[in-house]
Ligand binder design. Structure first.
Ligand code: NAP
Ligand code: MG
Length: 489
């Protein structure tokens, strides 16, 4: 088991507060909640819970910062602040990873990889800060000049989930700051700690008061933000159900701009001619990465009928060999995030046993890990495409395997859920690969690979998997608005 650093132990030794106007402050109502280590259920820290008064304070501080400082800040200065923040995260990478590993449960090496991804993302968007160009538009009248400006939106609320707490925060903060917005980050109740540690680095990096704030709290804190009349934008990642509430809150308040990264039920398609060695190296991770708590999880595996048994056996063997344990013991898979999520996943497994054939796993408690929220990798063979475990996002290490014959049948099944986030196709037939890629209703298609990401490549959902594209140039559209200026010369 990895030992914790002195810095991490010091960080965990104090109650955590809200980060408003570059100061730490208790919640006005003095409410707190506890965050626990999902590997053993132990309380890690007590954390302030932001209520209506605190949300107003943060919005006021953000609005003042935007009007007085950030609106007039040069793009070069924004880039410099972001680069400085990236350097500080790099300096403290091990502390961030330890905190994330404890609070979320993920293996330490994966937490460290998350920190590296967050740094890369910040650096990428720091590069964009002074390259957000607009246009000059010819209108067929030499006495008229028309140009456009890309302006920041103002105050943005960033509401993030618990599965990749630091990465999700940076996915939103980086483009929002590059575009010149002031931000209020609301981490998930289950994983507030890396955002709190990040806030202290924000202050150390020299960001002006009010440009980045962190409000820890619960779903009600998120709801207060999404209903607020002086917030211009909500960027949300999480469940489709809450995403719909956020859109409704925007409609009921001030029509703030909304972007949503929601759930998925992604098809991972294996044709009979695929390079099975490469499939095998990838498949077990596409199915169980992050203990299945991943929006792009390849949770529906479709295998051409001729190779079905072979793939099912290989997946079961590889999944069986995955080591589970607390994040600090550097296992392959950590626990689920909470007792509630454990119960939810177990309920899906029970349901699956009625509607499909269990090939591996199930819900028996794991020996020696019974205090944590662990679930074994679980595989079902599923023929009924309307079965609940085929249609709904489980967000745990549970996948279905289904045989197919022919492209038409395959596409009907692959596209046959309300989701459309990610997808993959494995084949050596180049024409078929692209044909299928064109017909899949998903925001990303991986050909002969899975879960490939880069800050420069847009990511987001078709259908009920979301609105808008994060990452790449596309994310600049989420955090700016266009103004046309007409000049009668
Ligand atoms: P969730 O409820 O959608 O939570 C995501 C974020 O939204 C959290 O910060 C949450 O705060 C906040 N929130 C909750 N209710 C809100 C409301 N009414 N208005 C504004 N913000 C609100 O997700 P969850 O309960 O943690 O997980 C449930 C399911 O969501 C999972 O099983 C999975 O299917 C899906 N999920 C998807 C992703 C993804 O990346 N697409 C990530 C996580 C979860 P609190 O946590 O403090 O309540
Ligand atoms: Mg926790």
């Amino acid at each position: 088991m990895k030992n914790l650093s002195r810095d991490t132990l010091d960080f965990l030794s104090t109650d955590k507060q809200l980060f408003i106007g570059n100061e730490w402050t208790r919640a006005a109502g003095d409410e707190v909640f506890e965050t626990v280590n999902p590997a053993d259920g132990e309380v890690l820290c007590r954390v302030s819970l932001a209520g209506a008064f605190d949300v107003d304070s943060a919005v006021n501080a953000a609005r003042t910062a935007y009007t007085d400082t950030v609106r007039g800040m040069s793009p070069g200065k924004r880039a410099a602040l972001m680069h400085r923040l990236a350097e500080l995260i790099k300096r403290d990478a091990a502390i961030f990873a330890e905190i994330e590993c404890l609070d979320n449960g993920k293996p330490y090496k994966r937490a460290l990889a998350d920190v590296k991804a967050a740094i890369a993302h910040l650096q990428y968007y720091a590069g964009w800060a002074d390259k957000i160009e607009a246009s000059q538009i010819p209108v067929n009248d030499p006495s008229v000049l028309v140009y456009t400006r890309r302006e920041a939106l103002g105050v943005a609320a960033l509401i993030v989930p618990w599965n990749f707490p630091l990465v999700m925060a940076i996915w939103k903060l980086a483009p929002a700051l590059a575009c010149g917005n002031c931000c209020i980050l609301k981490p998930a109740q289950q994983t507030p700690l890396s955002a709190i540690y990040l806030a202290e680095r924000v202050r150390e990096a020299g960001f002006p008061s009010g440009m980045v704030q962190v409000l820890t709290g619960d779903g009600e804190t998120g709801a207060l933000l999404s209903h607020h009349h002086d917030i211009n934008k909500v960027s949300f990642t999480g469940s489709t159900a809450v995403g719909k509430k956020i859109l409704a809150a925007s409609a009921a308040s001030n029509l703030k701009k909304v972007s949503l990264e929601l759930g998925g039920k992604s098809p991972n398609i294996i044709f009979g001619d695929a390079d099975m060695k490469r499939v095998r190296e990838s498949l077990v991770w596409a199915c169980f990465f992050n203990s299945g708590q991943e929006c792009t999880l390849g949770s529906r595996v479709y295998v051409e009928a001729s190779r079905f048994d072979e793939v099912a056996e290989a997946l079961a063997a590889d999944a069986r060999s995955l080591k589970m344990g607390p994040g600090l013991s550097n296992p392959d898979l950590g626990p689920l995030i909470s007792a509630q999520q454990l119960e939810r996943v177990r309920a899906y497994i029970r349901r699956g046993k009625d509607d499909a054939t269990l090939l591996l796993g199930g819900e028996e408690p794991l020996e020696g890990l019974d205090d944590g929220y662990f679930v074994q990798p679980t595989v079902f063979a599923a023929h009924d495409q309307q079965a609940v475990i085929v249609q709904e996002e489980i967000f745990g290490p549970v996948v279905t395997l289904t045989p197919f014959s022919g492209e038409e049948e395959l596409l009907a099944m692959a596209n046959g859920t309300p989701y459309g986030l990610a997808s993959a196709v494995w084949t050596q037939d180049i024409s078929r690969a692209h044909r299928i890629a064109h017909d899949l209703q998903a925001g990303v298609v991986w050909i002969n690979g899975y879960d490939m990401f880069h800050p420069a490549v847009p990511f987001g959902g078709y259908k009920e998997s979301g609105i808008g594209r994060e990452m790449g140039r596309s994310a600049l559209d989420l955090y700016t608005q266009e103004k046309a200026v007409w000049v009668n010369l």
